[in-house]
Design a protein around this ligand. Structure first.
Ligand SMILES: [Zn+2]
Length: 333
């Protein structure tokens, strides 16, 4: 679904609830969230118009199901246990925010979401972070925030031809005479990138200042398949130490001092992903704190790895439906 589809087909609370049900129970059988039976019935309530009006005002989720299992008899709404459950915002605003964020190739700041949706800044910021977390959880990220039940399977390891490089983002620019001997990147966040040619991208925030072999080594083991065909890096001295036996025989380097491409040995695929990310970060976010950088990296990764996917919007909503809410106070603490 694109932005237009979302704004026309997901306008009312009913349309939104139908969509959530479709994503949550793809086979069309609504199941009890406690015992799992599909023997459930929808509770139709006849309320007097005065109460109905006040319920609408408060955006209460009005759709309710009852489990017919005699031992269970649980009552639930389609949003229970999902991110939308305790939100006071209309679902249509949530879906509009998802559509805006997933379709903005260069990312979308809270201020932009605020302007488009007419919500306050704090709400826009909060929605953005929850949506980003959902995007990240689809990648099978472990421990990406508090209480994520949807940590999923381990990240698939990269194979074929893999390019690895590091880049530095953010941080204040300081004039040379003020920083003395400190290198300009010492204040920046170090990001290690790995990309499979014709395949997926991984971006990991490893710390502040220059990258070390000790930071790269565990990422190699975690993200690169042992049976990879070739791994390409620049001539940086950290890589021979980082490989340390793991796929070391597959390692090829390009000396950027002298040349950028030697035959098919280069890291240009990764360089273009880096520059796309940086244009997004500096164009839309202005300043991303070190604390939140990894979430933005996951968001970028998610979108990049699904650049050919049929429906980014639906993928993201599916993750939102499967993600436990993250409290505002946990986020800002
Ligand atoms: Zn039940």
């Amino acid at each position: 679904m694109n932005l237009i589809d979302v704004s026309t087909k997901l306008q009312t609370e009913d349309q939104c609830l139908d969509f959530i049900e479709k994503v949550r129970w793809p086979d069309g059988k609504i199941r009890c969230v406690r015992c799992g039976t599909d023997k459930v019935s929808r509770i139709t309530r006849t309320v007097n118009p005065r109460i109905a009006r006040s319920e609408k005002k408060q955006n209460k989720r009005t759709r309710l199901y009852a489990c017919l299992e005699p031992t269970c008899k649980h009552r639930f709404t389609p949003t229970v246990g999902t991110l939308f459950h305790d939100s006071h915002l209309p679902l249509s605003k949530w879906f509009a925010a998802v559509a805006l964020i997933v379709h903005a190739k260069k990312g979308m700041s809270a201020a932009q979401v605020q302007r488009h949706l007419g919500v306050n800044y704090r709400t826009a910021w909060y929605m953005g972070h929850r949506i980003r977390k959902a995007m990240a959880s689809g990648e099978g990220i472990i421990g990406g925030g508090s209480g994520g039940s949807n940590s999923g399977p381990q990240v698939r390891k990269l194979s074929g031809t893999v390019e690895i490089d590091e880049t530095y983002v953010g941080g204040k620019t300081i004039r040379k005479k003020e920083r003395g001997n400190q290198k300009s990147y010492e204040r920046k966040a170090a990001v290690v990138g790995m990309i499979e040619r014709g395949g997926e991208l991984r971006l990991r925030h490893v710390g502040k200042g220059s990258t070390t072999a000790a930071q790269v080594r565990p990422l190699l083991h975690e993200l690169v398949d042992r049976n990879v065909d070739r791994v390409m890096t620049d001539e940086s001295t950290i890589y021979p130490f980082a490989f340390d036996g793991y796929c070391a025989s597959k390692h090829e380097t390009i000396a950027h001092k002298y040349e950028y491409v030697r035959g098919d040995v280069h890291t240009n695929t990764l360089e273009s992903a880096f520059s796309l990310f940086k244009r997004g970060v500096f164009g839309s976010f202005h300043r991303v704190s070190h604390k939140h950088l990894q979430r933005y990296l996951y968001e970028f990764e998610f979108r990049f790895n699904r650049r050919k996917a049929a429906d980014l919007f639906e993928d993201t909503v599916a993750n939102l439906v499967g993600t436990k809410p993250m409290e505002y106070k946990t986020l800002v603490s």
